[in-house]
Write a protein that binds this ligand. Sequence first.
Ligand code: ZN
Length: 293
Amino acid sequence: MIDKLVKAVALDGQVRVSAVDATGVVREAQTKHDTWSASSAALGRTLVGTLLLGSDIKDDARISVQISGDGPAGKIITAVDGEGHVKGYVQNPHVSLAPNEKGKIDVRGAVGTNGVFKVTKDLGLKEPFSGQVPIVSGEIAEDFTYYLAYSEQTPSAVALGVLVDTDETIINAGGWMLQLMPGATEETIVAVEKAIADIPQVTQLLSEGDTPSDMINRLFGEDNVKFLDERDVAFQCDCSKERFAAGLATLHGDEITAMIEEDGGAEIVCQFCNNHYHFSADDLREIHAHASK
Ligand SMILES: [Zn+2]
C-alpha cells in the first residue's frame, strides 16, 4: 500500500492544512523494530507528526524530531526528507502498559511528562535551525502543537492517531495538522475551533475509510478547501554499508585492530531501521588501510 500526504489551504487561504494516511509507514516501523503497543503508538504518532511537519520541505532538506521523556519508552528519534521518506526509532520498543482512563493506549505513560521536545530543520541553509520546548503532554500531538506555537510562533492544531490490534499489528495510523496564517480573521479562528472540536479521532476516520483529502474536507467543508499538492510517503532509511564504512574509517587504528583480533569483524546495526551490516576482517583491514593513508 502507498501512503499519501495531502496539502491544502482552507477558508480563503487563511488556514494551511496537511493530512496523511501513514498506515504503511507505521506498519513498517512496527515490523522493523518489533514494537509493542505503547511503543508503537508513541513512535507511530511521532512519525506521523514528523511527516506533517515536513510536508513543505523540498528535496534534500531534512527535519528531525527528538523526544526525550522520562517514561519507559525512552528517547524517540525520527527524521523526514523532502521526498517524503521518514525513519525513526524508539529507545525501548517493548513497552506495553495498561490502558489509560479513556481505555486507550497510555502513550503519556510510555513517553513521560518531563523532558524535552526538540526539532532540527536542515533546510539547506548555512545553519540548521533548531528549536526545543519542554514536553507538555506526553501524548505527542499536543507536544507538536506546543512546539509550533512557542518555538515557531505558529498557532496550530495537530491530531495524530495510531490504532494497534491485540496481536501488536497496526490497524491504521495517520493525522492532520493545520496552521493559521498571519492575519486570520476572528471569524476564521472561530470556524477553526469548531472544526477541531467537531472532527472525530483520526483512527476512527481511517477505520471508516477516510482518505487524507476526506479528513481535510470534513474539517472545513468541501467548498472551503483548495487542494494544493499530494505526495507519496514511506518509511525508508538512507543507511548503507558505505555510510557505516565511512563511520568506521574515523575510528582509531587500535579500535579497528581490536575488532579484527577479538571479533574477527564487526556487526553494525542501524538504529533507525534495524538493518544489520556485517564487516569481515578483510573489510575492516581495507577500511583501515584507506583511512591511514
Ligand atoms: Zn537504516
